[in-house]
Write a protein of this length. Structure first.
Length: 742
């Protein structure tokens, strides 16, 4: 017997081998069917051998079908070549390349197909596919389905552990997923964005905004029914679902949920009274749309019941299976339809509110959205050193956050605080942040009480405004700002040095040298990297008679007719011309010329009243003309260096103008140039000489006033002012000024 079975086994194996070899031969012959050209035939046979070598079934189950596909592709190419009138022999390479593309596609897909066919995920009879293109498309979709199932299988344990089962009975089940995995697993077969696996999933995003999701699964509805799975959305402040979505992701509201409950009950009664499960399965084999047809008949029957008061016999059986008493003791034939309708609607309402109420109760005790601990953990993980992040609830379930940082320059070494322009400092910070690709929403000066500080604020941008994911994105941006903090701070320090707010060693030494000179009429400051030795010259103005009488406090509108006060207009014109660049520059040129040309005389005057150092008496210094700057600040109250000119003032500010005379040192001067500047300043700082310079400026200004400025102002307001002649000491001063400047 053993020998018999061994021979029988060998027979079967040989039979299989013969079958396989027979299939190969048939496939090779089919591949070259209708081909007469020997060269083309050899190409086809070579390509067919490649297909036979990748047989995934082990029995060449798919060889004949693939041979047919290769043959069809070959004849398509030959037909195109003949149509153009070309010789096939000239296009052998092209034919081979075209066939190779087809072979590569078949080789890549046949293994996938075999795997799918074994799992019943695709049509098992390959001969039902007319073209390999259609076959390949079906494989693509089936592979996606397989991958989805495998993914769901892998995440099932986690998904179930992260999902709350709220209710489960013979009619429906309600779950509340607490994670994206749970939402994907229980949302299989839907198009809900919170259950997406092939595209962006929004579960975490919406949950972080405070939304909660409850899935209702109706056991009796057909698997392909759009209401088989429903999603109920709850939001903060709502005790009922704010939205309800069916399986295709259409928002159907609470009415859509009622329709689902209604149809689910109708199918329940149908399965119990009219047709059992086995009968349904048999019917589905011969009529795939059987259940959808039943659903349509239910809809029609319910419309007839509600609108025509007609109770379909099948619907009556369904109602009775659901426990609705339609016997003669409870109703009669006349009121049976309305009684049936009312009783069925009560069943639907009861189940509808059970579903909605159960979900709402769970929602009330388990709101969605991140906790403070969730936010804090994200911030802690970022390990921010210089940037802060704040978050707070501004509405129920809705959070807001922002961030910021501060730059404090109060303790910067060698910073000349008096030289710092705080508004400009904020601009330097903004520029430094930009240079490091940090873009704040607000940069503002926060200096006070002797401290120099700039505050920076960041608001959430696009994609950062809501949800834990948005917060995570915002904190990541804050982390970038934090990492750029030191580089930005150093950038501001370098800009301060360029501005001269932080002098270098040589400039510091030079600044100290000029400060040690202790001037009587000059202040020494560091301004924009330059040492400024500055003075203020207060000059008396010989005002026109029109402005020397009446109230010195001028207003724009004080006339009875509401017009502009001509005295005010006249004064404004005078001030404007006194500040005119050309007029001021004329005075500067004359002052410098006076200092240069009359230095000997000025020295003699100063020497006769004060004792000069011996070396200054022996040698007169050069006048550093290119270092001297001159200009006006306006009426005295608008500019002062807190020095008194010790003059009695019985006029308002309108009769005294402030000019400035500065000597600028840039720090690039030679030692000899610095000595020249020092000698020059030491001399003109003498009380008598400085006063002579002030008097000369006063004379030059008033000369301009009388010859140019006042006539122009009078022309502006002519015939509008009645002049009241006045007599005061100013009337006799102009002659003295005129003679002095000559």
């Amino acid at each position: 017997m053993e020998k018999f079975f061994e021979k029988y086994r060998d027979f079967l194996e040989n039979a299989d081998l013969l079958l396989i070899e027979g299939r190969k031969d048939v496939a090779l012959s089919r591949a070259v069917r209708g081909v007469k050209n020997q060269a083309v035939k050899e190409i086809v046979e070579e390509e067919m051998q490649l297909l036979l070598s990748v047989d995934p079934s082990g029995k060449q189950k798919y060889a004949n079908w693939m041979a047919n596909q290769l043959n069809m592709d070959l004849h398509r190419q030959l037909k195109n070549i003949n149509k153009e009138g070309f010789a096939v022999m000239d296009y052998l390479d092209s034919v081979k390349a075209g066939l190779r593309l087809t072979v590569d596609t078949l080789k890549a897909s046949v293994v996938k197909y075999h795997k799918l066919a074994e799992r019943n995920l695709i049509e098992k009879d390959i001969n039902k596919f007319e073209t390999y293109q259609d076959w390949n498309t079906k494989i693509h979709y089936a592979m996606r389905e397989l991958e989805e199932k495998e993914k769901m299988k892998a995440m099932s344990k986690q998904a179930k552990s992260e999902t709350d089962e709220i209710e489960s009975n013979e009619d429906y089940m309600i779950v509340r997923p607490r994670s994206k995995e749970g939402s994907c697993y229980f949302g299989q077969g839907t198009k809900w964005c919170i259950s997406a696996t092939q595209s962006q999933n929004y579960f975490d995003s919406y949950t972080s905004e405070g939304k909660g999701f409850y899935f209702a699964f109706f056991h009796h509805l057909p698997h392909d029914d759009t209401m088989k799975k429903m999603a109920l959305v709850f939001e903060p402040g709502y005790e009922e679902p704010s939205e309800v979505y069916d399986r295709p992701d259409d928002e159907v509201g609470i009415d859509g949920l009622r329709d689902a409950v209604s149809m689910n009950l109708l199918f329940k009664g149908f399965y119990g009274s009219v047709m059992d499960g086995k009968a349904v399965k048999k019917r589905l084999k011969v009529q795939e749309d059987f259940l959808s047809t039943i659903a349509e008949s239910f809809e029609t029957a319910m419309v007839e019941l509600r609108e025509e008061d007609a109770l379909d016999p099948t619907l009556k059986q369904v109602f009775e299976e659901l426990g609705i008493d339609l016997g003669p003791e409870s109703t009669n034939e006349e009121n049976m339809p309305s009684h049936a309708e009312e009783a069925f609607d009560e069943l639907v309402s009861e189940q509808l509110w059970d579903i909605s109420g159960t979900a709402a109760h769970h929602w009330g005790e388990n709101p969605a959205g991140p906790t403070d601990e969730d936010f804090q953990s994200i911030v802690d993980a970022a390990e921010l050193s210089n940037v802060y992040v704040n978050w707070d609830e501004y509405d129920e379930g809705r959070m807001y956050w922002d961030g910021g940082m501060s730059f404090d320059f109060s303790n910067v070494d060698d910073l000349v605080e008096d030289a710092v322009d705080t508004d400009e400092l904020a601009g330097l910070v903004h520029s430094a942040l930009d240079a490091n690709s940090i873009y704040p929403d607000d940069v503002e000066d926060n200096s006070w009480g002797g401290d120099l500080a700039v505050n920076i604020r960041f608001n959430p941008g696009y994609g950062e405004e809501s949800g834990l994911e948005g917060f995570q994105s915002f904190v990541e941006r804050m982390q970038e700002a934090d990492q750029a903090y030191e580089a930005s701070y150093k950038g501001v320090i370098e800009a301060m040095k360029e501005k001269g707010w932080i002098p270098g060693e040589s400039m510091k030494a030079l600044l100290e040298k000029f400060n040690e000179m202790k001037f009587q009429n000059f202040d020494v400051d560091l301004e924009d990297g330059t040492i400024e030795v500055s003075s203020r010259l207060h000059v008396r103005l010989l005002l026109p008679e029109e402005l020397r009488s009446g109230d010195k406090r001028l207003s724009a509108y004080n006339r009875e007719d509401g017009g502009i006060d001509p005295r005010k207009a006249m004064w404004d014109k005078i001030v404007e011309d006194l500040k005119n660049y050309d007029y001021v520059n004329q005075i500067r040129e004359q002052i410098i010329a006076r200092i240069k040309n009359g230095f000997d005389k000025a020295m003699e005057i100063a020497s006769s009243q004060t004792k000069l150092p011996l070396d200054e008496g022996k040698r007169l210094p050069d006048v550093p003309e290119y270092k001297i700057a001159f200009g006006t600040m306006g009426p005295k109250s608008q500019g002062s260096i807190n020095r008194s000119d010790n003059r009695s003032e019985k006029y308002t500010i309108s009769d005294t103008f402030t000019y400035w005379l500065d000597v600028n040192i840039e720090g690039e001067e030679t030692e000899e140039e610095i000595k020249t500047i020092q000698r020059f300043l030491r001399i003109i700082d003498k009380k008598e000489l400085f006063e002579k310079i002030r008097q000369h400026v006063e004379g030059l200004v008033n000369n301009q006033m009388q010859k140019i400025i006042i006539p122009a102002a009078r022309e502006l307001v002519k015939d509008k002012i009645e002049v009241e002649k006045t007599t005061d000491e100013l009337s006799s001063l102009f002659e003295g000024w005129r003679k002095f400047i000559q």
